[in-house]
Design a protein around this ligand. Structure first.
Ligand code: SF4
Length: 342
């Protein structure tokens, strides 16, 4: 990894394996036919509700990452092959995939692969342009999951924490995607209770009106959530899941428009997981390779079977190897605590 400075923090380029085990970049397998593909952590926006504290105004991030396109392609292919094909590559990221300079190259490569059945990406749309949309269409992108949270330009600037963000432009480009390309559009507003209650309904009505959902569902309302390092909207508590789902049913009843979907409607199914080489409570030798995305975090490589791990536990030296106890292994996104230096 070589770092250059992006904003106030270093940007590391990640080249080669391993690309499994870390939430910030690489490939994530959650036991279905959808693989999360994360080639970049960068984002140009500063959404006030951002659960991953992305963007230029981030307070908790200490580093950013970008992965070599051939390396992330190989890592995606390895798991897609293991799963037997019919896999969706969902380029979702802890930032915005459109910051990735190799995005059309990556889509094109994935599209040519027989184990990948569809390619989608998630974005707030700030970096979309007619030219980029045409290039992505030509590269074979199947779907854009567009997260816009209001149709009001002034409100969008506040929600996205960015004065130059122009929701009118994003709307026009979204309509272009639906009408002029083979790319499908799925619209996914984040609902922040008390802040954009009516807006999310207007966004959903607009998505249906313009013809989103050519092959996949047209719209989903996302629940505002709080994460340890994420940004919180002052005075707003996330709805309990039971309350959220009750309100979603009410919205569906009053509008007559569906905003929640079953797995099969996403062409999603459970699949065997790529084998996870480590389990909770294992103690392993871990070489620290860089600072992690967030302050207090390091990224290490578990020495025996090359796998990434997030490491906590005080200031550590890059290049040194430590004994680490694995304290979390959910979806094989390993988190460990330093026990001592080797
Ligand atoms: S919510 Fe998405 S678009 Fe907004 S700052 Fe976070 S990563 Fe960027």
């Amino acid at each position: 990894m070589i770092g250059i400075v992006w904003g106030n923090r270093p940007l590391y380029f990640v080249n080669g394996a391993p690309l499994y085990g870390y939430i910030g970049f690489g490939v994530i397998d959650r036991g279905t036919n959808v693989l999360q593909v994360r080639p970049t952590t960068l984002c140009p926006l500063n959404c006030i509700f951002c659960s991953v504290d992305a963007g230029p105004h981030s307070r908790n991030r200490q580093a950013e990452f970008m992965v070599d396109p051939d390396s992330i392609y190989e890592a995606t292919l390895e798991i897609a092959r293991f799963k037997g094909g019919g896999v969706e590559a969902l380029i979702d990221t802890v930032g915005d995939p459109l910051t990735y300079p190799y995005i059309t190259y990556l889509v094109k490569k994935l599209k040519r692969n027989p184990y990948i059945s569809s390619i989608a990406l998630e974005t707030h749309g700030a970096l979309l342009s007619h030219r980029l949309i045409d290039e992505l269409d030509e590269a074979g992108l199947d779907r854009i999951n567009l997260s816009i949270d209001t149709l009001d330009n002034n409100k969008a600037k506040i929600l996205q924490g960015t004065k130059w963000f122009n929701i009118d432009k994003v709307k026009k480009l979204a309509e272009y995607i639906v009408k002029e390309t083979n790319i499908d559009l799925h619209v996914t507003p984040v609902w922040i209770p008390g802040i954009n209650d009516d807006d999310v309904i207007e966004v959903v009505k607009w998505a249906y009106r313009i013809g989103a959902g050519k092959k996949w569902p047209p719209a989903t309302i996302q629940r505002y959530n709080i994460h340890k390092y994420g940004r919180k909207v002052a005075g707003v508590k996330p709805l309990k899941w039971s309350v959220f789902w009750r309100k979603i049913r009410e919205i569906e009843k009053t509008t007559g428009l569906r905003v929640s979907w079953e797995m099969h409607e996403w062409k999603m199914e459970k699949r065997k997981r790529y084998p996870c080489p480590y389990r909770k409570n294992n103690v392993a030798a871990v070489k620290i390779i860089s600072p992690g995305l967030f302050r207090g975090e390091y990224i290490g490589v578990v020495a025996k079977k090359e796998w990434l791990i997030t490491v906590y536990g005080g200031r550590k030296e890059i290049g040194h190897t430590y004994y680490v106890k694995i304290i979390n292994d959910k979806d094989c996104l390993l988190i460990g605590k330093i026990m001592g230096e080797i």
